[in-house]
Ligand binder design. Structure first.
Ligand code: TRP
Length: 324
């Protein structure tokens, strides 16, 4: 019998501390419009539910983006050049990265960055087995806070930040510009940014993507409360909330909420949280951009669009940006 292959991956752990999570969650629940930070969706169960969302028939985003990656990977790899250091903030299962890794010429290393430790290690181990010659350097961190990119063994020609999944859409324009600036700085003056951006389309298509018939998105949204119960000694009753997602055409965004079904008082440790019947906790925005709108946003972050790849229906886009 073959001995099991032992893959030694060193995880750089820069995960936010539990006290910070508590403070952040409480301060979000104390504002007039209650909010919960979306990064806390991704505990182990949340990451699994998210992977299930990506496979839903209604959730066109992942399938469409993967199609674009598969069709144009060779082209993208040519644009990025040889010997790059590829860094992916919010890497999750690193599913969409594979076509790129298959085509990149002598990539120096791949740095997946994710807040979900177990999920990150899983994905990194899988990639390690699939690409034995590639140095994989996982970093467990909230990419929205500063994190350090580990130094690879081999010197890279440039750093490319890969930011797929329309994760940029989960930021309001002001924060999106701040984040793009940080990504630009992290990639350096010679670097670039390969980013997936969901585009505006028919309202029904959009709303169905965030209100799937199997209720997986609802479970994903509600899992945030479950996590508060577990990690922060909360007593939210999930049965007294419902998931709601609708498209706000004026703002060009999906708005995701947890709606309180009645007047209720919950606790997080010693702290009280009160909700009225029908009061909404905002959990996430998902902005849908136009290509011109996004180019303007990018330019405010000092980035210029070099190339755009899209699908036949123009539902999703992958853009290559570099510092101006
Ligand atoms: N960024 C993707 C989107 O906005 C994925 C995503 C983030 C998502 N949070 C989500 C999808 C919550 C569904 C529900 O679509």
């Amino acid at each position: 019998m073959q001995p099991a292959q032992i893959v030694s991956l060193t995880l750089r752990d820069q995960h936010p501390r539990a006290v910070d999570m508590r403070e952040e969650i409480l301060s979000g629940l104390r504002t007039a419009q209650k909010t919960l930070p979306c990064k806390y969706f991704y505990d182990t169960r949340g990451s699994k539910l998210f992977d299930a969302i990506c496979e839903l028939p209604e959730y066109y985003l992942t399938r469409t983006e993967l199609g674009i990656m598969e069709t144009h990977a060779a082209n993208m790899a040519a644009a990025l050049g040889a010997d790059v250091l590829l860094v992916e903030p919010g890497s999750g299962s690193s599913l969409k990265t594979r076509p790129l890794l298959d085509h990149l010429s002598r990539p120096v290393a791949y740095v997946p960055v994710d807040i979900s430790r177990a999920h990150l290690l899983d994905a990194a181990n899988r990639l390690n087995r699939l690409y034995p010659d590639l140095e994989v350097l996982p970093v467990c961190a909230d990419f929205n806070q500063s994190f350090e990119i580990p130094t690879p063994r081999r010197r890279a020609s440039r750093t490319i930040m890969y930011f797929p999944g329309s994760t940029i859409g989960n930021f309001e324009p002001k924060s999106a510009i701040q984040l793009l600036k940080r990504l630009r700085r992290l990639s350096g003056s010679e670097g670039g940014l390969l980013i997936g951006v969901d585009l505006r389309k028919d309202k029904t298509v959009l709303e169905n993507a965030y209100n799937d018939s199997e209720g997986v998105t609802a479970a994903f949204n509600l899992n945030l409360l479950q996590r508060i119960n577990r990690d922060l000694e909360g007593d939210f009753d999930l049965a007294r909330f419902r998931h709601h997602a609708s498209y706000n055409a004026d703002e060009g965004r999906i708005e995701m909420h947890l709606v309180s079904l009645d007047n209720q008082t919950m606790h997080i440790g010693e702290e009280c949280v009160r909700l009225r019947e029908n009061e909404h906790i905002l959990t996430e925005y998902s902005y849908k951009h136009t290509l011109t709108g996004f180019a303007v946003l990018a330019s405010k972050a000092g980035l210029a669009v070099q190339q755009v790849w899209s699908d036949d229906r123009r539902w999703f886009s992958v853009l290559y940006l570099s510092a101006v």
